[in-house]
Ligand binder design. Structure first.
Ligand code: FAD
Length: 286
């Protein structure tokens, strides 16, 4: 089923994000994770895609097929465009259509000095429009409650986001954030800008201080004082940090649900224990 249709039928929509296991690792290794994630009955599972030059990208599609065929859950395939030509995107989209994988998250992808960019696509919106011209895809896009690090201003960012939606994005998944007020203010700006599609907040439960510092450096999300204190207090006690990280994420999600958000997108980092703990905490709320 298309994600746009799921959103029409259900609120909030619960989704998980996973990444394909590293090249050289059997795809079956992710079965244990998928078995637990599927018990939690998400409305869809999205699968990340390499920014380019990665032999792992066919695994994104293989994993999406597995999710659909073996676990009977709707997959969303992430697709990046900065380092691909139209001919390469044609190949990917052909495979997607042949396998009835119609839900795609159209992304530009991060710049990587080791991977040359190609000329065909400069922004995600161009990929959205291109995919819509290629077949009956339901396309979504990424959004950034605290602004994309490359954006000159919030106004410029909102104009580009509106252009992406006008190009065909039917749902938006947000970058992770740790302060819900940032998301509410962003959502208000979206609605003022005339962006009416579902905008789902992305939540990353934290279990490791180094991991979160790396993520935050990459994506520009800010860490509230309350969150920093928890990290500093428990950084050397793995179990305590796990409990505190779960409690923080659950309290964020409960507040988001109380504010009637369109959905919750959980960055699982392929960790089913985390996904289960979060879902147990919100079992009766979604
Ligand atoms: P865009 O929408 O193109 O935006 C990038 C920047 O360009 C922004 O500053 C925007 O304001 C600006 N811009 C957009 N359109 C225009 C225009 N027409 N003119 C001028 N400026 C413009 N990366 C991966 O490699 N693989 C993944 O699987 C992946 N999954 C992700 C999932 C989610 C939910 C999110 C939030 C991010 C994901 N990313 C992934 C990271 C993403 O690729 C990067 O954040 C990347 O830097 C931007 O991608 P985008 O699709 O948001 O780009």
């Amino acid at each position: 089923m298309k994600i746009s249709e799921i959103h029409k039928k259900k609120r909030p929509v619960l989704s998980f994000e996973i990444f394909p296991p590293k090249h050289g690792t059997a795809l079956q290794n992710i079965d244990e994770t998928l078995a637990i994630l599927s018990e939690l009955k998400p409305d869809f599972i999205s699968v990340t895609f390499g920014a380019g030059g990665s032999s792992n990208n066919n695994r994104t599609i293989e994993l999406a097929k597995k999710i659909k065929q073996e676990y009977n859950i709707e997959p969303v395939v992430h697709l990046t465009c900065l380092t691909y030509s139209k001919a390469e995107i044609d190949e990917f989209s052909q495979i997607l259509l042949e396998n009835d994988l119609k839900n795609v998250l159209a992304l530009r992808g991060d710049r990587n000095p080791d991977i040359p960019v190609k000329e065909d696509f400069k922004h995600a919106g161009e990929l959205t429009a291109y995919l819509k011209s290629k077949g009956d895809f339901c396309v979504g896009g990424a959004c950034y409650p605290e602004c994309h690090p490359e954006s000159a201003s919030r106004v410029a960012e909102m104009r580009h986001l509106k252009a992406k939606v006008d190009a065909g994005d039917e749902f938006l998944l947000s970058q992770l954030f740790f302060e819900n007020d940032m998301f509410y203010s962003f959502l208000e700006d979206c609605r003022i800008a005339g962006i009416e599609v579902p905008v789902t907040p992305g939540i990353m439960p934290v279990i490791n201080k180094a991991q979160i510092e790396r993520m935050v450096t990459l994506c520009g999300a800010s860490l509230p004082e309350r969150f920093r204190k928890i990290m500093n207090r428990y950084e050397n006690d793995k179990e305590a940090l796990f409990d505190a990280g779960m409690a923080y994420a659950i309290s964020q999600i409960i507040d988001l649900l109380a504010n009637d958000v369109d959905g919750i997108h959980l960055y699982t980092m392929n960790n089913p224990v985390v996904a289960r703990r979060i879902c147990e905490g919100i079992r009766n709320l979604v």
